[in-house]
Structure formats: C-alpha cells, structure tokens
Design a protein around this ligand. Sequence first.
Ligand SMILES: [Zn+2]
Length: 452
Amino acid sequence: MTKTYWLEHAWLDTHVEPGVAVTVSAGGSGAGADGRVTDVRTGVDTPPPGAEILRGLTLPGLANAHSHAFHRALRGTVQVGSGTFWTWREIMYSFADRLTPETYHALARAAYAEMALAGVTAVGEFHYVHHAHDGTPYADPNAMGEALIAAAADAGIRITLLDTAYLSSGFGQPPNQHQRRFSDGTAEAWAERCSLLKDRDHARIGAAIHSVRAVPAGELATVARWAEERRAPLHVHLSEQTAENEACLAAHGRTPTRLLADHGVLGPRTTGVHNTHLTDEDIALLGGSGTGTCMCPTTERDLADGIGPAVALQAAGSPLSLGSDSHAVIDLLEEARAMELNERLRTRTRGHWTAAALLRAASADGHAALGWDGAGSIETGALADFTTIALDSVRTAGPVPRLGAETAVFAATAADVRHTVVAGRHVVRDGAHTLVPDVATALADAVQALRS
Ligand SMILES: [Zn+2]
C-alpha cells in the first residue's frame, strides 16, 4: 500500500523546496512496518488527487536522543527553590521509587505522545529502573523495558531502548536504597538480561553505561563488548558534574573520558551525554574516536550543570545530537536553538551553527546516534518520518518560507507542530494525536497516579 503526501514547503537538507510530493509505503499498523519514502517529486504546484496535504514547513522527523520518561512527572515541581543537581536527584529518586510496570507504561505513553505532538519521531530512552523496589527482578526481568517499548508503540513513535547498566552509587560504593532497583549486580548479569530484549519494527535495543560513578571500571568493557557484538548504540552520561570528575580523578587518577577510552567504551557508535566539563585531552579523545555528543541544553540549564564545549567537540570530530533528558520542556526546536544561544552567551559572539546544522543535530545525527540508519532526511529510501510546523502561527508568521530553517529553529516552538508522520502513518494530524486522544489528561492522570 502506498500513500502520497503533498508538502507545501519541505526542508530538503540544504534548502526549502515549495510543492513536494512524497510517496511512502505505509504498510502495517505500527511504526517501522515498511514505512519508507519511495519517491520524492519537486515542482508539484498543486496537490495530486488523493494526497494528504501538509500545509506549512515539513522537516525530517526529530530525534530526541536522550530521555528518562519518568522525569516527566517532575515538571513544575522541581524548578522552584535552591539547591544543586544533587538535591534535585533526591526528588527524582522519590518518583523512581514508586514506578511499577503499569504506572511507568501509562506515564511513558503520555510523555511519548507529548513528544509526537512536538514533532519527535524517535526517542532514545536511557532506561535504568529495571527491577522491583527492593531490587528483586520482576517475573519478566525486562517488564519495565517492555513497558517502555509498548508505550512508544502506543504513542506511535520509534524507540531505541538504551538499557542501562547501573551497578554502584559511587566509586567503590554499593547501590543505595533508591538504586537497588537499578542494579543487576554485575555487568555480566546486566548483559544476560539485556540479551533477552529483541529489536522489533518500531524498537531498537541499545546499551548504556549510566556513568563512571555507576559502573565500576572493571565492568565497563563487558558493556562495551555487548554493544560491539550487536553493533548497537552505546550511550553514557559523561562529566555532567565537576564532582564526578573529581571523584574519578581521586579513584582512578584520570578523567571519566580517559577512563572510558582506556576500557574500550569510546567509538563511532558511542554517544557521551552532556560532555559538559571536559579537558582539552578529553575533547581530543572524544572527537578523535568519533564518539558522539548529546547535548541536553534545557535540562543542563535547569539543573545548573554548565555549558558544554559543543563547538570544540564538533570541530574535533564528535557528531552532535540533542535530547530533552529530564523533560523540563519537550521541545527539540528549543534544544537546537539553546545550543547556539548558550554558546553566544558564553562567547559573546553569534553564529556558531547555521540553522541547517542545528536541524541536522535534531534530526539526522540524532537518529544516527540511536541506531536508526537512513532517517532524518526527506529522500527516497529514507524512513518516512517527518513533521510539519505551521508557518502562519503568531510565532512563525512573517518570515518568507525560503527562510524555513531559520524560522523553525529560531521562531517556532513545539506548539507550532501541526503534523507528525512516522513510518508513513499520520500520528499527529492538525495538532491532535491520532492514537492518544487527550494527551494532557493522559499526562495528568499518569503523574497523579505516582503522587497518590
Ligand atoms: Zn540523563
């Protein structure tokens, strides 16, 4: 079965093209079933008969490369008051304590539906809440991961489940009471459990190392090897906090980046998340190995982390992707512009990235970091994942359409997303989710269930 979309304006990697007809193979019902672009025709002034009309500017689908779905429950409760990342973490743990496969499924389904409404077509879920509250495995040891995979299917988006090894609370410290449910005991046991998870049409299984705090140095290579054998993406929180750097130096006499390099963790399928407080040698190690960098600017500013050296990392060879991480907001356009605007504040100069380069981080390079090849551009053979932003809203009206990339990155917000198509299927139509009828109520109910 094929289907044709007529795009009033389309971002084709380098420029905005008016009047584009995109034919997709829209087989099956779930994201990923078939769902590729089979033909792109430009210069199509009027919509072909039977075509679905996407008015506005259609972009490749956005990739949210770093998510902790349950953090969505914290929005609006942890922004007030003083403190640091570490005091925020205590509140975050109080929500993690209460999750069950059922409540997590409901919350993630709603959060992923919010992502679809924001133009996100693939999410990288950095998942570490594996077991029951006291650390006992569920009857299905992957009940929590499966709940997240099902939640993405229900919300109509793709997921890369970055199943996370989390074995210690600090260098040489066992997991604390909150972290027992995160731990498999050893990296070997983590690998055994992860190996039970299988890819499917809408889901890829990847690996993650929570951080050098949470995985002892002697266990890092086991996780890296598991990912290497499967050619799966491997993500790791890296140097988000200076305290982590100091503790790592004290324990191992080297920086977290150097420790990861020495244990075979770095490489082109690896992504460091945050990469905030790095030395020049760290930047050279990350760039030289082709290790990616996932910046999460709205979270990093919310948590007072600092501003990572994204310009230097990219120049050294580290591809950039973006994530909404703690979901203080879910808006990849905001993440993209925040990366540039952070750099402007830091350097007091402008123009570190073009709008096109920022869009690339939010789409093609984000998908690549999550192991979705052939996604993030509107071309024949690519995954039929795209999103359309309005050009006639109060935020986007005015600029000429050929400046679409600038409008998308510097003017639009998630509220301007009108359509989201995943695997050729219309998941958001005219600003409404087609599978989750009332996303706001779903979010409210799911958060309330965790509070009561
Ligand atoms: Zn994170």
